[in-house]
Design a protein around this ligand. Structure first.
Ligand code: RM4
Length: 262
């Protein structure tokens, strides 16, 4: 049996990393970081929007490689199209970061079936079927790949306006754990990253409201809110051969929010 990450791929030497939802925020920072690490970063967004173009152009301007991989991942058929395109264009995938996510803030008694469904489709179901497609291609090409989910501290900690969102984040962890068991024999690792509050468009309005920012800052050990690059660093490490023995792990990147009891 080959040692994980020592398998030889039969595709081109170029390594491919797909980051779902990478037109802004944490996803964009991850794509930039993986491109800086030498991957051809595939920027995914629902449509060829300004953010996706900006992310790609920033990577190219830095002298690294990126291409757009546009397509919705909310329906399983769309996901299969996206991966068929990746297979045709590159013939391989080395890293999949299941990052796409939404967090429509709503009080628990205002959550409708539609809000529940779209949150679960985007945050959990899409990650499952992207992982299924990526893993098939990795196994076929004998690639000791890396699969990650950008979960959240909210998988563990409740949030007043996140009752529908928290279970999607918990689900991502158990899903990565289950995939870690299935894919470990192929040298593929599956891990979850749990960011705390990170400054991104998803929470820009929330952070700008009243004392929300100050309240969140004080909840951390370090006294400030994290930046997208703080999450990109751990993704970068998990993608390396040095991280071959880390699988089924849940890694907090929260400025110590979870351990600080006020
Ligand atoms: C996170 C966590 C953060 C919030 C985001 C939108 O997973 O709960 O505090 O800013 O969701």
């Amino acid at each position: 049996m080959t040692t994980p990450n020592e398998t030889e791929a039969d595709g081109p030497a170029e390594k491919i990393a797909l980051v779902t939802g990478s037109s802004s925020g944490i996803g964009a920072a991850i794509a930039e970081r993986l491109a800086a690490d030498g991957y051809l970063a595939l920027i995914n967004a629902r449509s060829e929007n300004a953010g996706a173009l900006k992310t790609r152009d920033a990577i190219l301007a830095a002298g690294h490689r990126a291409e757009l991989s546009i397509g919705s991942i909310s329906k399983v058929t769309d996901i299969r199209h996206l991966f068929a395109d990746i297979r045709e264009r590159y013939g391989r995938i080395d890293v999949l970061v299941n990052n796409a996510g939404i967090c429509p803030f709503h009080e628990w008694d205002e959550v409708t079936e539609e809000i529940w469904d779209i949150t679960h489709e985007t945050n959990l179901r899409a990650g499952f079927f992207c992982t299924q497609e990526a893993a098939k291609l990795m196994i076929e090409k004998k690639i000791a790949g890396r699969i990650m989910a950008i979960s959240s501290i909210s998988a563990i900690k409740g949030g007043t306006v996140q009752t529908h969102y928290c279970p999607t984040k918990g689900g991502q962890i158990s899903m990565m754990n289950a995939f870690a068991v299935c894919l470990g024999p192929h040298g593929i690792t599956c891990n979850s990253i749990l960011p705390g509050t990170i400054e991104t468009p998803i929470n820009a309005e929330y952070l700008a409201t009243g004392t929300n920012r100050a309240n969140l800052e004080i909840q951390t050990c370090v006294g400030y809110i994290g930046q997208p690059r703080d999450v990109a660093g751990i993704v970068s490490f998990l993608a390396t051969p040095e991280a071959r023995y880390i699988t089924g792990a849940s890694i907090l990147v929260d400025g110590g929010e979870l351990v600080k009891h006020l």
